[in-house]
Write a protein that binds this ligand. Structure first.
Ligand SMILES: [Cu+2]
Length: 165
């Protein structure tokens, strides 16, 4: 897995990013969060999406119940559902994480939706995201921003549609 080492960190969370190191893999309390990334946003965008993979190890069983980030006013878990031939997004309240099975928040499936972005997400930047688990509590994750083109077509359409509302 590639790390963000060597990238230039330009975002407002520079201090936090440096103090925490630049690895995108965090092992906290038996739960691993990996490959946390967000798609870069075009100028003026108020919404963004974050993806990651979370795994509970060693027989630990838990439930993701919350997410937040200082880069956005609000963050929610979303899933994509097909409805009448259209891909739509639905909020999901919680997600089970257990049994050493990785749970993927990946393009075209689940994602974290950021709304009320305080600034554009620029490729190469990193920012902090807090995931809350029912039993373990809050775990801090570092998200790397990747190019706008890093996406699946249906998801990109979802979000461009939202931005026109
Ligand atoms: Cu969404």
């Amino acid at each position: 897995m590639k790390t963000a080492l060597g990238r230039i960190v330009r975002c407002a969370f520079l201090t936090w990013a440096l103090s925490a190191g630049t690895s995108t893999v965090l092992a906290q309390k038996g739960v691993h969060v990996e490959h946390a990334w967000a798609r870069a946003t075009p100028p003026g965008a108020t919404m963004g999406a974050v993806y990651f993979v979370i795994t509970a190890h060693g027989g630990h069983s838990d439930r993701l119940i919350g997410v937040s980030s200082p880069v956005a006013a609000k963050a929610e878990f979303h899933t994509n559902v097909m409805e009448g031939g259209m891909m739509k997004m639905r909020q999901i309240e919680s997600v089970e994480v257990s049994g050493d099975a990785p749970v993927g928040f990946e393009p075209g499936r689940n994602h974290v939706m950021l709304t009320g972005l305080k600034g554009p997400l620029t490729e190469g930047d990193q920012f902090q995201m807090t995931l809350t688990l029912e039993k373990l509590g809050a775990i801090e994750t570092q998200v790397t921003v990747r190019a706008i083109g890093t996406t699946t077509m249906e998801h990109q359409m979802d979000h461009s549609k939202h931005q026109m509302e």
